[in-house]
Design a protein around this ligand. Structure first.
Ligand SMILES: [Cu+2]
Length: 263
């Protein structure tokens, strides 16, 4: 069961990843900047509304513009937006820099209406895959001539060791879905025919979370979710050791699957 929220429900849920720290700083910065600008401009607006209201005996003054003011209120917002663009771009770059060598590779494939995870065997390398190989017995479209194909295993929950870099390869078997984990501060559309390979993260603490599809994808969209468990390294090792005993990616002997995928 995913954790239920206890803190401020009017703000984002607590962040659980390292990349999320930067995202949150950017969010807070923009929030407080726009809050300040909102109140500052509204205060001036209301002040002048009252000060120059219609009064008997006071004649209206017709202004034909003020170049100095025009320059100031054009330049200032331009600089602010430019600064935000540079700041946001830097955060984006930091989050999307290449994952470390020792990252755990996991494929996450969405379909109407659930998620399948694919873990590599002891080698840590996922077998090659291609949409054209997808059959009812080979739901990841694995290239079964790849020796790693025999080691991969699949699960319906995402289990990851806390603190370890996790590199997710996002795919879809049918329509556009979205990988969205609010506590991880990650939102990424998954697109059929493509493997999105630029998302990775490192968790800060253990806990139970939920992966929920965030792209309206059909009548079962509301229920398209998968549990995420962030566990200790020891617990992960135990779970993983159990799982690699029975690789279960391709049903049947490789020859059978090969015949099926060529049909
Ligand atoms: Cu979906």
């Amino acid at each position: 069961m995913a954790e239920s929220r206890t803190g401020n429900i009017y703000w984002t849920p607590p962040n659980v990843t390292i990349n999320g720290i930067e995202t949150d700083k950017l969010l807070s910065f923009i929030f407080w900047l726009t809050t300040f600008v909102f109140f500052a401009t509204q205060t001036v607006y209301i002040y002048y509304l009252i000060k120059y209201r219609r009064r008997p005996g006071v004649k209206a003054h017709y202004s034909h513009g003020n170049n100095t003011l025009e320059i100031i209120w054009t330049t200032l917002p331009t600089l602010i937006f430019l600064g935000l663009a540079i700041y946001g771009n830097r955060v984006w770059y930091n989050i999307h820099r290449p994952p470390p060598e020792d990252a755990l590779n996991v494929e996450i494939t969405g379909y109407q209406f659930a998620w399948d995870m694919r873990y590599p065997g002891a080698s840590g390398i996922l077998a090659r895959s291609d949409v054209r190989n997808i059959t009812s017995d080979n739901k990841f479209g694995i290239d079964i001539t790849d020796p790693h194909a025999k080691e991969d295993f699949t699960t319906t929950e995402l289990v990851i060791p806390v603190g370890r870099a996790v590199h997710v390869f996002l795919r879809s078997r049918d329509v556009i879905h979205a990988f969205y984990v609010p506590e991880f501060r990650i939102y990424q559309d998954v697109v059929p025919g493509r493997t999105i390979a630029w998302v990775w993260f490192r968790t800060l603490r253990q806990g139970n979370f939920q992966l929920a599809c965030s792209q309206l994808c059909g009548k079962g969209h509301y229920n398209m979710k998968a549990p995420i468990r962030v566990v200790s390294q020891e617990e992960y090792d135990k779970w993983y050791a159990e799982k690699i005993k029975k690789p279960n990616i391709v049903v049947g002997a490789p020859e059978v699957a090969l015949q099926m995928s060529s049909n």
